[in-house]
Design a protein around this ligand. Structure first.
Ligand SMILES: *Cc1c(COP(=O)(O)O)cnc(C)c1O
Length: 433
């Protein structure tokens, strides 16, 4: 029998290698995992005591850094009341408060909230809301979705079907994935007026397919895991108008962009529009626990609830988890109590200044920044093993994918740490040439 609780680092790393799937990983040819034993502020501490500055916010989520006293206090207080109770037939102050706050923070049209466990589920819920809405009002033929190429909306089947068909490897699951309609992602840059070509592509698709379309789903302003692309708010605004014109719902997946990352509390504010349905996740709990929310308008809620089922057909076991909701409330308090807009601008200007030094490198195709997001796009795919080792060597945690070396640091990162993070990123990219 193994002594599970006194395992050496070598032992538990071996157990990990032998038995544990990691995101998008091979069990036959596993890459070396970095053993992290604690984290505080913007630093991850490895098993050997090495500290790394975190450039990833654990995939957009840990906006206040790790081990934050206010979030810890919220968790502890909620634990002593209850960590969980079922949500069917029961409610509690943490979820009710969170729902009210999300409604108050998001565009006025969004009034009803479905709280779920993860971003992918929030997207499933959004899709199901759209489909059940049309079914309920007698338009059963509106069942397809329109999505953008280079999009990413999650890994469950409904969400996966709306991800970029190529990078999402739809061909592996062709027989079971619903077939949706894809439009080229807009090329118009953030801040520019949408080009005729971009508008023509989306307009044509809507014109052709609106009768079978339930909804358009997009990540507003920033396409995240599908390519870290930033695009025009004007495009988003005109897409809203097109959806109205063709009677198609608009779903905004703000799971990555929500809670200030792009410089606005929600990315749809760059376009001054509201979707019919909005998905939130990732930074919702400040990176403490998995929690997500899907908000919708009165129109959707009324359509669904006046329909055949009379209820919305979804209800996860851990729906409205009190522990996660309490931490989410504390995380929102922290964010709103800070001068977060000025802070995101501070981060943006340092990212712009420091990462611009990568632009002249021959391996670099493009450098772009928006809010607290910095992207170095390379001409070729990174050599993951080699560049990862360089990052660790320089004392930073980064997780590039494909041609993209990108950072979205915790908002609490100081000027000095951020500068060091950026200089280390640029140095590692330069050394890889
Ligand atoms: C991460 C992400 C998701 C999926 O969220 P999970 O919590 O990983 O299921 C969906 N949409 C976007 C835009 C995301 O960035």
């Amino acid at each position: 029998m193994s002594d599970y609780h006194n395992a050496t680092t070598e032992q538990w790393l071996q157990w990990d290698k032998d038995h544990i799937w990691h995101p998008y990983s091979s069990m036959l040819n596993p890459v070396e995992m970095i053993p992290v034993v604690s984290a505080k502020g913007v630093r991850l501490t490895l098993a050997d005591g090495t500290e790394l500055i975190d450039g990833m916010s654990s995939w957009w989520s840990a906006i206040h850094g790790y081990n934050h006293p206010a979030l810890n206090a919220a968790a502890t207080a909620q634990l002593s009341d209850m960590s969980h109770v079922m949500f069917g037939g029961i409610t509690h102050p943490a979820a009710a408060t969170l729902g009210k706050r999300l409604v108050d923070l998001t565009p006025a049209a969004l009034t009803k909230v479905f709280i779920s466990d993860s971003g992918s589920v929030a997207v499933e819920v959004a899709i199901k809301m759209a489909l059940q809405y049309w079914y309920s009002i007698g338009k059963q033929h509106k069942t397809r979705l329109l999505a953008l190429r280079n999009g990413y909306h999650g890994d469950t089947f409904g969400a996966m079907a709306t991800c970029d068909p190529v990078t999402g490897m739809h061909h592996l699951f062709n027989k079971v994935l619903p077939s949706h309609i894809f439009v080229e992602s807009p090329r118009t840059a953030f801040g520019d007026t949408a080009s005729d070509a971009d508008m023509a592509a989306i307009t044509t698709a809507l014109k052709e397919h609106h009768q079978e379309l339930a909804a358009v789903i997009v990540e507003p302003i920033v396409q995240g895991a599908g390519g870290m692309k930033f695009y025009s708010g004007d495009y988003l605004r005109r897409l809203r108008a097109l959806c109205d014109e063709y009677d198609v719902l608009l779903i905004h997946d703000e799971i990555a962009t929500g809670f200030g990352r792009t410089g606005k509390l929600f990315a749809c504010e760059h376009a001054e529009i509201s979707p019919d349905i909005m998905c939130l996740g990732k930074a919702l709990t400040g990176g403490y626990l998995s929690l997500a929310a899907t908000l919708c308008s009165d129109r959707i809620a009324e359509g669904i609830c006046n329909g055949e089922a009379g209820v919305f057909m979804h209800g996860p076991t851990f729906m409205g988890n009190p522990l996660a909701c309490s931490i989410a409330n504390a995380s929102i308090d922290l964010l709103l109590a800070s001068d977060w807009q000025a802070n995101i601008q501070r981060i943006e200007s340092i990212l712009r200044e420091e990462l611009s030094h990568a632009a002249p490198l021959s391996s670099v195709a493009n450098v772009r920044c928006l809010g607290a997001i910095g992207v170095i796009e390379l001409k070729d795919n990174v050599d993951m093993t080699s560049i990862q080792a360089r990052f660790i060597d320089k004392g930073i945690w980064m997780r590039p994918f494909g041609k993209l070396v990108y950072t979205m640091p915790p908002y609490i990162i100081g000027d000095q740490d951020l500068t060091q993070l950026c200089r280390s990123i640029v140095a590692a990219v330069a050394e890889e040439e």
